[in-house]
Design a protein. Structure first.
Length: 382
């Protein structure tokens, strides 16, 4: 018996649909491969440095960003600044720290290097950044300053740290990287940036915070010409230069030779997310072909297809594949709703959505046990 199409539309409500309600599951790139780490995980000095620091100070390793600020404060307290004293060539950070205990003083270069190496040993990604004036090519000494930037998993961004001054920067309550500091300054709101130091550092050293911030703000405004960080491509290491107020490329450093330089105007070359996890959904059972469906259910119109969809609609039974852009990756962890995290032995897990709202989480964990940002997906099946 023929049933008018208008009447058959009532069957559409039977189709159970798979709908993504919320997701931060996004494509990964490979820009983490452009970071040339000062110490590799295979280097025993990495673990020697970590063990030495742990024996000297209690760092809340799994507390981010507090771990970053704790390392910053500890490193700042290891020696007084001396802009002209250098450690012996090829000194490791551990050797620099031991020299400091004997009374040696070092420059901003050593503050940046030691700070970054300690964080790397604890499982946090940190890089040295050179803050250069417009006159870096042929200006006198003092045309550059060395600080650091650290990837915060909890904040999911790079944040600026100056271990020599024990300073970080915030604007409207948000921690800033150096390019964001430059952008706020460009908007004429430089004085609105809050430069912060740990209260314990101020108290223990009997410092005048207001005066230090005024002096630091004045000091830093000399270094908005270029932003520079170590860069690697095709196993060749150089320096990547992000143009800020200065627009001319250069080949010398204060009249002397320079490391190889690569220039960019795009902040995305400099700032990119890392330690993230991508979840790829693979159906465990593929749907029949269009022709099989049409023949089996004797479909003649598009409305026929829609009205009968509940009979052949895809079921939310998946094999989830995990991918990551985490340096020094160790393993994945998976979580359903608010249940405990499940460590995975490989990059696959079978998962089936239940009726109603489903929430799944995934994250990558590195060699030090530090998890990256959580990927969360909320799916409705009804």
């Amino acid at each position: 018996m023929y049933i008018p199409a208008q009447a058959r539309r009532l069957d559409t409500s039977k189709t159970k649909k798979i709908v993504i309600l919320e997701s931060n599951n996004e494509r990964l790139d490979t820009k983490e491969n452009t970071i040339p780490f000062r110490i590799d995980i295979s280097d025993s000095t990495l673990f020697q440095l970590r063990d030495y620091v742990k024996s000297q100070v209690n760092i809340p390793i799994d507390s981010d960003p507090q771990a970053i600020f704790s390392v910053m404060e500890w490193v700042r307290n290891q020696w007084a600044h001396d802009g002209f004293n250098e450690p012996p060539p090829s000194s490791t950070s551990l050797e620099i720290l031991k020299l400091a205990r004997q009374g040696s003083k070092f420059s901003c270069n050593e503050y940046g290097a030691v700070f970054s190496d300690i964080l790397l040993s604890l499982g946090y990604i940190s890089r040295i950044v050179n803050l250069n004036s417009r006159d870096i090519a042929y200006g006198p000494l003092g045309m550059g300053h060395v600080a650091s930037e650290v990837w915060s998993n909890s904040l999911q961004k790079w944040i600026f740290i100056d271990p020599q001054f024990c300073m970080s920067a915030k604007y409207k309550g948000q921690y800033l990287n150096y390019y964001e500091i430059y952008q706020v300054r460009k908007q004429g709101k430089y004085n609105d940036i809050e430069f912060t130091m740990p209260n314990s550092y101020i108290k223990n050293n009997n410092l005048n915070k207001t005066q230090l911030v005024v002096e630091y703000r004045k000091f830093l405004q000399n270094y908005f010409g270029y932003l520079v960080t170590p860069y690697r491509r095709d196993n060749f290491s150089s320096l990547m230069v992000l143009m800020l107020e200065a627009k001319e490329q250069f080949l010398t450093n204060q009249g002397l030779s320079s490391y190889p330089l690569v220039f960019t105007h795009d902040p995305k070359d400099f700032y990119f997310p890392i330690n993230r996890t991508l979840i790829v959904f693979n159906y465990q059972a593929l749907s029949p072909s269009w022709s099989q469906i049409v023949n089996e259910y004797q479909l003649q119109t598009m409305q026929d297809y829609k009205d009968n969809m509940y009979k052949f609609a895809a079921k939310p039974e998946f094999t989830l594949l995990f991918q990551n852009n985490m340096p020094w990756f160790d393993h994945y962890e998976f979580q359903i709703e608010n249940s405990p995290w499940i460590p995975l032995q490989n990059d696959l897990v079978n998962w089936m959505a239940k009726d109603g709202i489903n929430t799944i989480h995934a994250r990558s964990v590195n060699f030090a046990g530090i998890p990256g940002p959580t990927t969360t997906i909320r799916i409705k099946y009804e």
